[in-house]
Design a protein. Structure first.
Lengths: 92, 691
């Protein structure tokens, strides 16, 4: 029986911070690259397990303003797309 | 390395030998925007010295303050940073000074770590790193009022127990907590912290191997210090940095445990003042309205209201020159003073109103936190040519004067981005070019004949051309220069704060002093040389025009004539170009001299119109063709647009890049472009049949 109400979880594409909409909250899962500059992201508190939220996108579309542990950070889409987030519950 | 600099003058910051006269040397450490500067200013007041660390373009700030019993302390304000794992020249300085690796700076006896209380987690990250260095430390919880407004409460005694060092709540801007800090600073028994984040096993192993194989003497004192050198070596050799991830996680775990006990956050759903302001200032529509409005305000202040004080300065210097002419016996010394020295100093002074306005605005935007919003908004546009949003305000300022703009590039962390911004900034048509543009347009188009819209059109085209030049040059440099240091593409948007006039004015004062000292002295020197070149060798009895023709300046004009002929210029214009070597606006006064227009006494408008008419009437040796044909005027405007003709800017670029290589390169590529652009305009125009 075909039913698209039961898609297994691991079939869903992994989302990244770049997929968020203003107001969304997400939990960081992991980084897709071990690039040195990602180290600073971690040092600023963006660790796996940390909750972050997207405040807004800049008026020109890029960068993103993220709220992380009480501070506001400006991150370009390029880097944001390298930070995976935990699957979010689908809102009907 | 630099013992010569320290011995040279007492205005240089202290070095290791000087530190002996101070009771204690304190290092001030903290995140950017934690109020460190405010605290430093509150402690040291006017007893500060600003310089550069030798070999790098990092600003060096030191000052003295007094303890409880009158003992003298040296305060070193280290660059704001997020971590001792250095990712920029600023952070390398922080790390190296704290670890005692710099010969030119005394090793700190003690450290004051300033934390932004409204953001404890992240601020404690750097703090735990610094505490592990086992230097006597004081933790300052600054901005307690901001924390309170966010319903955050920090228990300083809990923190003090956890770390084993004094923890002082503070509001540096109202000086609350300052006396307690002074008491702590004066304690003879200031403790070092026993707190150490437990190292994960792989980190321990890597560290031990590293220390064993290294013969760096720093590591002998403190093993934890080696972590930051190991980080540097890992990064440079591109080794596996998984250990760093583990260490960072371990730190944040330890911080979490401490904060669970020391920090209480009462739930609040009301948006903070910053949230509400950002909703407006970063709004899709209103954000731009505000930004454009601020730009419009800035430029209207600079281009119209600044005219008033500029007029006063001009009259003052004219009066002064007049006094000298009246009271001194005629002769070379009198002329040197009135036409060389006073005119030279006047030439610098007249730009002070504009420069002060710029420094003030830049300082205001930085202090309130709005500057980062501007960078946030403009980042996407700047990224198209390889720059980042932080370059926007320095470039914008350069449309008034490149000097404050170039000084403002200090906020651009990446050395390559900063260098490119500095190199392209002078192509923003600054206000010194205006007198030349206006003169050329007026010579080209006499008042009566053409509507004002055409004149505006010319000016606008020149500005647009310059802007295009900036973007193209930035793009080219971005592709060709190597990126030696990869800085992190992340920027913090600090909470908005009310401007601290004290900080802003102090900042203005420091920058202006720098400008006067560096640019002012050079312009004065060159003005005197220029005066000498225009007045020697003397032709007794001749009028001013003939005098100049026979002088060194005239001879140089004749000498370069073959080179500038393809651009349509003659030797008289050549003299104007020589004069502009010091500053662009000197072209106008050089033309006035060459065409025998008296510049003093008579109202400006009459003199100006006389000059223009004389220039329109000037004829070449054939007696028929005009010197300042329309094509020549255009060619000159394009030349002045692109050429590097501001020795003050060159001097500032030298200071900001710490070498002569870049200012000379800038001089070459700008003037080269100017030559070819003017060539294309003139020769191309001739080919197309214009005269």
């Amino acid at each position: 029986m075909k039913s698209d109400l039961s898609l297994p979880e691991n079939a869903a594409p992994t989302e990244t911070l770049a997929d968020l909409e203003p107001g969304d909250v997400a939990v960081i899962h992991d980084f897709t690259t071990s690039d040195d500059c990602m180290l600073r992201f971690r040092e600023l508190g963006m660790l796996p397990g940390t909750t972050v939220s997207l405040v807004r996108r800049a008026p020109l579309g890029d960068p993103l303003e993220l709220s992380v542990r009480g501070s506001l950070l400006s991150v370009r889409t390029h880097e944001a797309s390298q930070i995976e987030i935990e699957p979010r519950p689908c809102l009907a | 390395m630099s013992s010569s600099t320290s011995a040279a003058s007492s205005s240089q910051p202290a070095n290791s030998q000087d530190s002996k006269k101070y009771k204690r040397v304190f290092a001030l450490v903290g995140n950017p925007n934690c109020g460190k500067t405010t605290l430093f200013n509150a402690l040291t007041g006017m007893r500060q010295k600003v310089g550069n660390y030798p070999g790098v373009t990092v600003e060096r700030k030191e000052g003295t303050c007094y303890g409880q019993h009158g003992e003298e302390f040296l305060m070193i304000d280290l660059p704001g940073a997020y971590s001792l794992n250095a990712r920029s020249p600023d952070e390398e300085i922080l790390r190296d000074v704290l670890l005692g690796r710099r010969d030119d700076t005394p090793t700190p006896d003690a450290v004051i770590v300033i934390l932004d209380a409204s953001n404890p987690d992240r601020n404690l990250y750097l703090a735990t790193q610094v505490l592990e260095l086992e230097l006597p430390t004081i933790l300052v919880l600054n901005m307690t009022d901001v924390a309170a407004s966010q319903n955050l409460e920090l228990d300083s005694s809990s923190l003090s127990d956890a770390f084993g060092v004094p923890v002082i709540p503070m509001q540096a801007n109202t000086r609350k907590g300052l006396p307690e800090l002074r008491v702590a600073m004066s304690r003879p028994d200031l403790p070092a912290s026993p707190h150490q984040v437990p190292l994960p096993d792989d980190v321990k192993q890597r560290l031990q191997d590293f220390v064993k194989n290294s013969d760096d003497k720093t590591l002998a004192n403190n093993e934890r210090a080696a972590l930051y050198l190991l980080d540097e070596s890992t990064r440079k050799s591109h080794s596996n940095n998984e250990w760093e991830n583990h260490l960072i996680a371990a730190r944040y775990d330890a911080i979490q445990k401490i904060c669970d006990r020391a920090v209480t956050k009462s739930a609040s759903n009301t948006p903070s003042a910053t949230d509400r302001l950002d909703a407006f200032l970063l709004h899709q529509v209103w954000g731009w309205v505000v930004l454009v409005g601020i730009m419009a305000l800035l430029f209207s202040l600079i281009f119209s209201y600044a005219e008033i004080p500029m007029g006063w300065i001009d009259s003052t210097f004219t009066w002064l020159a007049g006094k000298v002419t009246d009271t001194m016996p005629p002769g070379d010394l009198r002329d040197l003073l009135s036409d060389g020295v006073i005119a030279g100093v006047g030439g610098v002074a007249i730009f002070l109103p504009q420069i002060l306005i710029l420094f003030f605005f830049i300082g205001l935007m930085e202090d309130t936190g709005y500057m980062s919003r501007v960078a946030f908004m403009m980042d996407r546009l700047m990224a198209k040519v390889g720059l980042n949003g932080k370059s926007f305000v320095p470039l914008l300022s350069s449309y008034a004067c490149a000097i404050p703009g170039i000084m403002a590039t200090r906020t651009v962390e990446n050395p390559k981005d900063r260098l490119i911004t500095i190199l392209v900034a002078p192509w923003a048509s600054c206000s010194a070019r205006l007198p030349v543009y206006l003169l050329m347009i007026a010579v080209l188009i006499p008042e009566s004949k053409v509507p004002i819209l055409t004149k505006v059109g010319f000016m606008l085209s020149l500005y647009i051309l310059g802007t295009i030049g900036i973007f193209i040059a930035a793009w080219i440099f971005n592709k060709t220069f190597r990126r030696t240091v990869k800085t992190v593409p992340i920027m913090e948007l600090p909470l908005y704060k009310a401007p601290s006039w004290h900080t802003i004015l102090l900042h203005m004062w420091e920058r202006t002093k720098l400008f006067i000292r560096r640019a002012g002295t050079i312009i004065l020197g060159v003005s005197i040389l220029l005066w000498a070149a225009e007045n020697y060798p003397k032709t007794p009895g001749a009028d001013k025009a003939t005098q100049v023709e026979n002088s060194i300046a005239g001879k140089i004009g004749h000498a370069i004539e073959p080179v500038i002929k393809p651009l349509g210029y003659d030797w008289r214009i050549g003299i104007g170009l020589v004069a502009s070597f010091a500053a662009r606006e000197f072209f106008v006064s050089a033309m006035a001299i060459t065409y025998n227009v008296e510049q003093d006494g008579v109202t400006e408008n009459v003199a100006a119109e006389t000059l223009r008419q004389r220039m329109r009437d000037a004829r070449r040796p054939d007696g028929v063709s005009p010197v300042f044909s329309p094509l020549v005027c255009l060619s000159l405007m394009v030349f002045y647009l692109f050429a590097m003709q501001c020795i003050s800017t060159t001097v500032v670029v030298r200071r900001e890049t710490n070498s002569w290589k870049w200012p000379l390169f800038q001089l070459a590529f700008m003037t080269g472009t100017a030559y070819f652009a003017a060539l294309i305009v003139y020769q191309g125009g001739l080919l197309l049949g214009f005269t």
